[in-house]
Structure formats: structure tokens, C-alpha cells
Design a binder for this molecule. Sequence first.
Ligand SMILES: Cc1cc2nc3c(=O)[nH]c(=O)nc-3n(C[C@H](O)[C@H](O)[C@H](O)COP(=O)(O)OP(=O)(O)OC[C@H]3O[C@@H](n4cnc5c(N)ncnc54)[C@H](O)[C@@H]3O)c2cc1C
Length: 405
Amino acid sequence: MGKKIHTLIIGAGQAGLAASEHLSNHKIDHLILERHRMVESWRTSRWDSLVANGPAWHDKFPTLEFTDVNQDSFVSKDRVVEYFEEFAKKIKAPIIENINVFEVIKDSKDNFLIQTSDEEYEAKNVIAATGAFQVPVIPKIIPNHSNLEQLHSKFYKKPEQLKKGAVLVVGSGSSGSQIAEELNKANKKVYFSIGPHDRPPRKYRGKDNVWWLGVLGKWEAKTPKPGTQHVTIAVSGYDGGKTIDFRKFAHSGITLLGMTKKYENGKLYFSNDLKINIENGDKNYLDLLNEADEYIKKNNLSFPEEPEARNIIFEHSCITKPLLELNIEELDITSVIWATGYKHDFSWMKVDVIGDDGKPIHQNGIAKTPGIYFLGLPWLSMRGSSFIWGVWKDAKYVVEHIANR
Ligand SMILES: Cc1cc2nc3c(=O)[nH]c(=O)nc-3n(C[C@H](O)[C@H](O)[C@H](O)COP(=O)(O)OP(=O)(O)OC[C@H]3O[C@@H](n4cnc5c(N)ncnc54)[C@H](O)[C@@H]3O)c2cc1C
């Protein structure tokens, strides 16, 4: 017989903490089991210079402010950790650290048995808050190559960590673009492989991108627009926050390339899709400006005009005549950073709530087996679900369901 608890939360990241606050509000007995330390991902799975993607007034829970910072600034990852430590203290979150959950099974009484590296637990409800960005994904393109160090963005910390020589960064989302820029500033020769991406304006007519996403209903969108499921978003709070414009990257010395396709005999090959990817990124950027202008007009707002935001910087030859192959030795490329995303790992979940594709089966976080819940997954209930702002709302919804069981 395991130790009895009403609701067990697995994972003490922001999702687990948000759930804990709502459970306490409902006076529901609960525990959070965390295999490392609380908010471990923000501590150790990010590069040193990372700042939040949204300003301090936005990337937070509604029940705790960042009191000591400019509300429009982008706080450092270390400040995010402090924020959640303060939050955990404030809500008296019942976290037990250094306990790994190995298995969750259903017992005969419709409760769940939880095997851990410590005790066994028995719970009426289990909230899986183990994170969406768990297992780094590296496409199988380049075999192990003695002269080429390959690492995922999860393990990138700072430029000095890389070998001397040039670097290829693969993946043009927020991680890849921020890392490519940092390496270029550190005087590394950077080759940057760019796929389909959205690149919203950081700020437009006085308002930050996250504000526009809110008023235009995009944070709360229920599903991605058809065809955009795999489009990554390049947005950055780096350097005080600025719009990502890959043409500017090219003009600052970064060599842009299309999608990384294959490796053969010391050469890397790239798709001839750089121009179209850049153009589609521009379209996404300009569409958002148009929607913002329409919103301002419709609501009679007196926001400052910003016509210069529509000026697209002149083309660079690396975009009009992109390189389609690179010789690793000739160009002295010694490192590859794969900023190519993550996948889930629910191998410990032995209740029948995971589909054949490895993805949880749920509706807004509520699994088909009563008592199992998920939080923090992309598009769990809306676009904002995997972000600090959104997970708090999802946690409220899920906990209300628990309270009414
Ligand atoms: C590079 C990067 C930058 C990001 N920047 C932002 C940003 O600026 N703003 C924003 O809103 N969002 C951002 N996000 C998205 C999201 O906010 C973070 O990924 C956040 O860490 C997700 O929180 P979480 O609680 O869902 O998962 P996690 O923070 O990953 O927490 C899950 C916890 O579960 C624990 N765990 C996992 N498995 C087990 C197990 N079997 N037993 C016990 N414990 C377990 C882990 O150790 C971990 O501590 C970013 C994501 C990435 C990858």
C-alpha cells in the first residue's frame, strides 16, 4: 500500500506550481514530486544569456509580479528561477525534490499507484506536469564525425564552450536565432540553416508582440492555422528585445542557408528553399502589422504611426544566390548546434491515455481515464498553453475539474 494523497503532481516546473496554487485554493490535499530541483529546466536546460521571450508584465502568473524590474524588460533566466522560487514559497508549495517517478498505473479501486525512486504513492488524481520540452530532437543527418562536435541547443551554454572554428546552427526558431546572433557577436563564423518560420514584430506602434497576440485573440486560439503546425516562431527578448530579421543577420556577417538536407563525404547539402522561407517569414510579419492596423482603426485608438516598420531591408546575396553545399573541412566548420526542438517522454505513464504517436490523449488537459490530467503541453487548450502566461489558466481549469470529481 502506497502513501495516500488526494492529488499528486509530477514535475515542479511552472505547470506543477500553477496547479499547486489552484489546488491549495480549493483546499485539496496534494504533493509535487520533482526528480531534480524545482524549475530545473529554467536552471540547467537553457543557455547562459537567455532572457524571457515576453516582457516582465506578461511572462508571469497573475498572482505574483516581478516587483524589482522594469515591467517592459525581458528578465534573465536566473531571475525567472528566483521568481518561481518566490512563488513556491508564497503558496507554500508541497514539493519533494529528487524523487523520480518511474511508473503510474491504475489500481483496482480506480485510484493510481505511483512508483518512485523513493516511496510508493496512491492517489485519486495525477497531474502530469513533466514538461513539453523534455527530450532533445536531433534529425539523423550527420553521422558521428570525429572533427565535428554536434550538440542540441539544450546543452549550449556560451560561445567559449565551442571548439575553435566555424559553427553551423540549424533551426530558425527563437533558440536558433538567438544562439546564431550570440555566436556571431562573439566573432565566430556562423552558418545558419533556416526553415519555415514566423517572425512577428517585437513591438509595433508602441505595443509589444505579446500584447498584440492578446488583443488579436491569437494567444487564446484553439488550434494552429492549417498548415502552420510545424512552423517555428522566431522572437527574442535578447538585447532589450528586437524584431528578428534574418536579412539583418546576413548583413552582419552570418551566412544564411536553406534547410539542412544531407551529409555526404565531408559535405553538407541544403535545400534551395531559403528565399521562400525568408519571404514567408516576411509575409507573416507584414500580416501581423496589417491586423494590428485594422485593430487600431476599428477601436479608434490613437497609437503612434510607424510606417518605417514596413521597410524590408535590402536583399543579401546569400539569400538571392544561396549556397547549397558546404565543405566542412575547407570552411573549418567544427561545431553544429541543433536548435531543432524537443519531444515528450511519457514512458512512465502506464495508464491507457497515450496514443500510438506517443502523445497524450486529452481534452483541454483532461484525459479519457478519469483522474489523469496533463499540463504544459503545446496547444493543450490554446496557443498560450505551454507558456508561463497560459499554463496558469489551464491549471485553473484542470483543478476545477478535480474539485468537482
Ligand atoms: C529555450 C526555451 C525558452 C523558453 N522561454 C520561454 C519564455 O520566455 N516564456 C514562456 O512563457 N515560456 C518559455 N518557454 C516555454 C516554457 O515556458 C518552458 O519550457 C517551461 O519550462 C515549461 O514549464 P513546465 O512546467 O511545463 O515544464 P518544465 O519546466 O520542463 O518542468 C517539468 C519538470 O518535471 C520534472 N520531471 C520530468 N519527468 C519527471 C519524472 N518522471 N518524475 C519527476 N519529475 C519529473 C522535470 O525535472 C522538470 O523540473 C521556453 C522554452 C524553451 C525550451
